[in-house]
Design a protein around this ligand. Structure first.
Ligand code: TEU
Length: 585
């Protein structure tokens, strides 16, 4: 949340060891012997709203996904994460859930879901559902009831501050124009808490009845056969319900405070005992915080969850104290190496990480981390794919990145849909801030850049819909589309498929020890992966110029496993955005 992550992660320096850190005893613990399917999985994230529209209403839907199951299978991925598909008024595109056990009407029906799940399973693809447990929609029956009276049994499903106690202690809200986390409700003469928009009231996890309802709902999906959950904003579910004034050390770092609820891990352990431990389920937490905190979600002995995101990588390259405003100096590869190496070493002996460069909260990876100029879009997309797929963490690969889809870069605020952008725009406008500068920055960082519809072919709207798409399709669909890329053996699409097969066939890429090389090279990210005597060398040129890696490794006799250029690399030099994986023995 906001720039606080930059502050959060600065605090973990002490925890770190050198990037070249090697810990033999820890390494030996992380071998294929503790393999589980979710460590070996390659997850493809689908934003259902933007994947494929089957009925012409301009919104993607489940039947649309069903019609593309063979395509998904053809990618070689082993799992799919669906962003929320539950009934929702869609103020935050499904992250405001009105009914956890029914399907959003724009997306279809429960029968469609069953067909989708079976279709995935028939193709040996696991399905991860997105679970939003910190808050629901103000249109959920629980809240509709709760807000009618203080004596309503659902009143305690939410957090309230009675007005007779005065104004509630300040809490910040992420999607609120006033940034105020409390909203007054007349019928109960009390304020309800919402860390996100005021239409997303926070659920009261203190209430055991609420918790049991949540667990029952989770069992409902698991009994249907879903294979995993991505747990949205989970770090925020526990609150100190005395609502003390924010402690000084959290002054400004709201997210860190929100992620420190006193009973957070009691709840997750209870969820594990009551639900997760009874199924072969994979779980991934949006687990905010530094390494110490994130580890609590996933350290095996704690019996909580399996995998965690860190946000430190995607927060790089922005100006401090300005939300998602790109630093004019651009990205600094040295920072990137430091962050990814640090998290690799954190997960070396405990827990398990995830590797992603994009998702529905991020812009397109090629624009942000590669180079979307025509000369480099394809090659830099392939290089980033190589990075994601060669790190020791489960890859989460975002739909459309296999085509090298890039940011749409809207000029006008009217083109945007995202509640986050629109809220921030209004805040800046109300303060008389520089809206032009804001919109320029958002061309790089806004979430809608990553939410434009999938580009299937060169027909109208990229073949996504025959209607009016809910969000504009990137006009480059006439060139950048699936049909074109299927025909081209060297397309970004076919490169992704190759990289998927390489990872699946190579335990070293999944479990092998990671060692950063040529640490201070500002252009090249180089590392080895080693397992059971096998050693791979990954070289990634993150720059638009030729560059030389100083790894001390002689590659003259090494076998090239993959290379994003179609011809052999000239000795000693990596071409712009070149990526090579060598097998060294
Ligand atoms: O995001 C969690 C979150 O804390 C957000 O502030 C996130 O950091 C921000 O969106 C980045 O731009 C999750 C979902 O991934 C997001 O799509 C939802 O909007 C949010 O929860 C509320 O449910």
């Amino acid at each position: 949340m906001r720039h606080i992550f930059l502050i959060l992660f600065a605090a973990v320096g002490m925890y770190l060891t050198s990037c070249r850190h090697s810990n033999a005893s820890a390494d030996s613990k992380k071998t294929t012997s503790d393999a589980t399917w979710w460590k070996e999985a390659i997850i493809y994230q689908i934003y259902p709203r933007s994947f494929k529209d089957s009925d012409g209403d301009g919104v993607g839907d489940l039947k649309g996904i069903i019609s593309k199951l063979d395509y998904i299978k053809s990618l070689g991925v082993t799992g799919v994460w669906l962003n929320p598909i539950y009934a929702s008024p869609n103020k935050d595109n499904g992250y405001d859930i009105a009914d956890y056990q029914s399907i959003m009407k724009e997306f279809g029906t429960m029968a469609d879901f069953d067909t989708l799940l079976k279709g995935m399973h028939d193709r040996k693809i696991k399905v991860f559902m997105d679970l939003v447990l910190n808050h629901c929609s103000d249109e959920h029956q629980w809240f509709k009831q709760a807000r009618t009276s203080r004596t309503n049994p659902f009143y305690n499903y939410f957090h309230w501050w009675p007005a007779e106690k005065g104004t509630p202690p300040a809490r910040w809200s992420h999607f609120d124009e006033k940034a105020d986390g409390w909203e007054y409700n007349k019928a109960t003469n009390s304020y309800y808490l919402h860390y996100f928009a005021d239409c997303q009231p926070d659920l009261n996890w203190e209430n055991p009845t609420l918790r049991q309802d949540i667990y029952k709902m989770m069992r409902f999906w698991l009994e249907k056969g879903v294979d995993g959950f991505r747990l949205d904003a989970l770090a925020f579910i526990s609150k100190d319900t005395t609502f003390p004034a924010l402690p000084k050390e959290y002054n400004g770092s709201w997210g860190m405070f929100y992620a420190s609820g006193p009973k957070l891990h009691d709840y997750i352990q209870e969820m594990n005992r009551e639900v997760l431990s009874k199924y072969n389920v994979g779980t991934v937490a949006e687990a905010f915080g530094d390494i110490e905190r994130v580890m609590k979600f996933v350290a095996e002995d704690r019996k909580e969850l399996n995998m965690a995101y860190h946000f430190e990588g995607t927060e790089l390259g922005y100006l401090p104290n300005e939300y998602k405003m790109p630093d004019p100096k651009g990205n600094n590869l040295l920072d990137m190496k430091r962050v990814y190496s640090k998290w690799d070493s954190a997960f070396m002996s405990r827990g398990w990480g995830t590797m992603y460069l994009a998702n529905h909260d991020q812009p397109r990876m090629v624009t942000r981390w590669g180079n979307d100029a025509p000369a480099f879009r394809e090659v830099s997309s392939k290089m980033l794919t190589t990075f994601i797929m060669s790190m020791r963490a489960t890859p989460y690969y975002y739909y459309g990145d296999e085509l090298g889809m890039n940011n749409i870069k809207f000029d006008k605020v009217e083109d945007y849909n995202d509640i986050e952008l629109l809220t921030n725009y209004t805040q800046i406008k109300n303060k008389g801030g520089d809206l032009k500068r804001f919109l320029e920055g958002m061309k790089i960082s806004s979430r809608d850049n990553g939410r434009t519809p999938f580009q299937w072919d060169s027909t109208a709207n990229g073949g996504f819909t025959v209607g009016k798409p809910w969000l504009k399709v990137n006009p480059n669909y006439t060139d950048v589309n699936l049909v074109n890329q299927e025909k081209d053996p060297h397309s970004t699409l076919n490169y992704f498929r190759k990289m998927v097969e390489l990872r699946k066939g190579n335990k070293t890429l999944i479990y092998g020890k990671y060692t950063l090389l040529d640490k201070s090279n500002p252009k090249i990210y180089a590392y080895t992966r080693e397992l059971d005597g096998k050693k791979l060398l990954v070289l990634l040129n993150f720059s638009d110029a030729n560059a030389t890696a100083d790894t001390g490794i002689d590659v003259s006799k090494a076998k090239i496993l993959i290379n994003n250029y179609n011809s052999k690399s000239p000795d000693g030099q990596l071409r712009p955005y070149e990526a090579i994986i060598y097998e060294l023995n």
